[in-house]
Ligand binder design. Structure first.
Ligand code: OFO
Length: 165
């Protein structure tokens, strides 16, 4: 059985994952309408993954005697000045998500909720991978700068990245 405070924190995380999914979907739409098909595909996939992160939390909260809250979400940004800006935001967002997961893990330990602590380990590993991937992509993006040929190749190659879950 979840304590009220852990349930509230898990519900906050559900909202964060749902908003992550919307943020990446909005990025996918921007890329799709700017001739960047590979980047769009990458963002659509990221968006789907975030939805699975959200659903996993939803199921857990409901299974452990809580009530997962499906709430109104903050609207994501729809316009970007350049693809670089998008990847900077993606990286910063993943760092923010990691901090949120870490705080949650910390709270489960203070409350001696070892079941939730154990459940959250999947998210801890996931965030290590997602942050590392976002950083690698950002480094490449910074290397490309304004080189159109570089962007063309990047847009093609980003589709080959391994899909996380
Ligand atoms: Fe990007 O891992 Fe969930 O939020």
């Amino acid at each position: 059985m979840l304590s009220k405070s852990i349930e509230t924190l898990l519900n906050q995380q559900i909202k964060i994952e749902a908003e992550s999914s919307q943020i990446y979907l909005s990025m996918a739409c921007w890329a799709d309408t700017h001739g960047l098909d590979g980047i769009a595909q990458f963002m659509y996939t990221q968006s789907d993954e975030e939805r699975t992160h959200m659903l996993k939390l939803v199921r857990y909260v409901n299974e452990r005697g809580g009530h997962a809250q499906i709430t109104e979400l903050k609207a994501p940004k729809t316009m970007f000045n350049a693809f670089q800006e998008m990847f900077e935001e993606l990286y910063k967002h993943e760092v923010f998500v990691s901090e949120s997961i870490n705080n949650l893990v910390h709270e489960t330990l203070s409350e001696k909720d070892y079941a939730t602590h154990n459940f959250l380990q999947w998210y801890v590993s996931e965030q290590i991978e997602e942050e590392a991937q976002a950083k690698t992509i950002l480094d490449k993006v910074n290397m490309i700068g304004d080189d159109k040929g570089g962007l063309y190749l990047f847009d093609r190659d980003i589709q080959q990245l391994p899909v996380m879950n």
